[in-house]
Design a protein. Structure first.
Length: 268
């Protein structure tokens, strides 16, 4: 554990709304024990404890690279951003996608690759944690559903964040596993982004655990965070309440990784 957290104030803005596109729903997920992994446009179901995986769908979104996925506990669907079309999509248990909204570059930037949904049904996504956007996924048909209700920027303290995950029992934070150490040097840093403060804190620092970044994160509502390393495919387990991380399993490697799961499944 390192010393007192370092925070940097973010700038908050509110974007213009968009008109969401809604279609009849396809089958939702079931809050099961698996992690769901997107690599480019393919969706996989991953056993986090063994590393075993199977393909659910080979083409989630036509002609797009899907990233920034999160699991919405209010309806049991995955949500993510299709790049470069900047579409907010809903993904079913079959890996079928439905376009909810399409954002402009002025609203969300050129792309996004970190994302998760909090326990209230807000989808938080952005570009490496340096930008953040809060989209409303609470009530289909409402005036703000599928729109960005707030946006801003944040300082990642010089570290590279490739995904984030919300763990309700650990407070109003999005947790990330970053490459590098605060102040420079090689290592691995457990980070958290405050949903109220809109700032990053370096929470704990460790040696280099695996080469490169951790693009797919999965949470469990007991404080456990699983982080899948892109280059090696290793899945490391962290306890956000303290303790040393450990290698949990070996999954698939990829240059483009993003992950999500139902955090309320305790993975017995």
């Amino acid at each position: 554990m390192i010393g007192p957290p370092t925070t940097v104030t973010a700038t908050t803005t509110v974007t213009a709304t968009v008109t969401p596109t809604c279609e009849p729903p396809t089958p939702p997920l079931q809050c099961d024990e698996y992690g769901y992994l997107i690599q480019y446009n393919s969706l996989y179901r991953v056993d986090l404890q063994t590393g075993a995986y199977e393909e659910v769908a080979s083409a989630v979104s036509d002609g797009n690279n899907v990233n920034a996925i999160g699991y919405n506990p209010l309806d049991n669907y995955l949500y993510g951003i299709a790049n470069p079309s900047r579409q907010l999509i809903r993904v079913s248990s079959l890996g079928e996608s439905t376009v909810i909204s399409t954002f402009t570059e002025a609203q969300m930037g050129v792309s996004a690759y970190v994302g998760d949904v909090d326990s209230n049904g807000y989808f938080w996504f952005g570009l490496g944690g340096r930008t953040w956007h809060q989209a409303d996924l609470r009530t289909p048909g409402s005036a703000t559903y599928g729109t960005i209700v707030a946006s801003g920027t944040a300082d990642t303290l010089g570290l590279a964040v490739a995904d984030w995950v919300h763990i309700p029992v650990a407070g109003r934070y999005l947790w990330g596993v970053a490459v590098g150490l605060v102040g420079g040097g090689s290592g691995t840093t457990l980070m958290r982004f405050g949903l109220d403060t809109k700032t990053w804190e370096a929470f704990a620092e460790y040696p280099v655990l695996a080469p490169g970044g951790y693009g797919a994160l999965y949470g469990i509502n007991n404080g456990t965070l699983y982080a899948s390393n892109n280059a090696a495919g290793e899945i490391w387990a962290f306890n956000v309440f303290g303790g040393e991380p450990y290698l949990a399993s070996n999954g698939p490697s990829s240059a483009s990784n993003d992950g999500a799961r139902c955090v309320m499944n305790m993975l017995n």
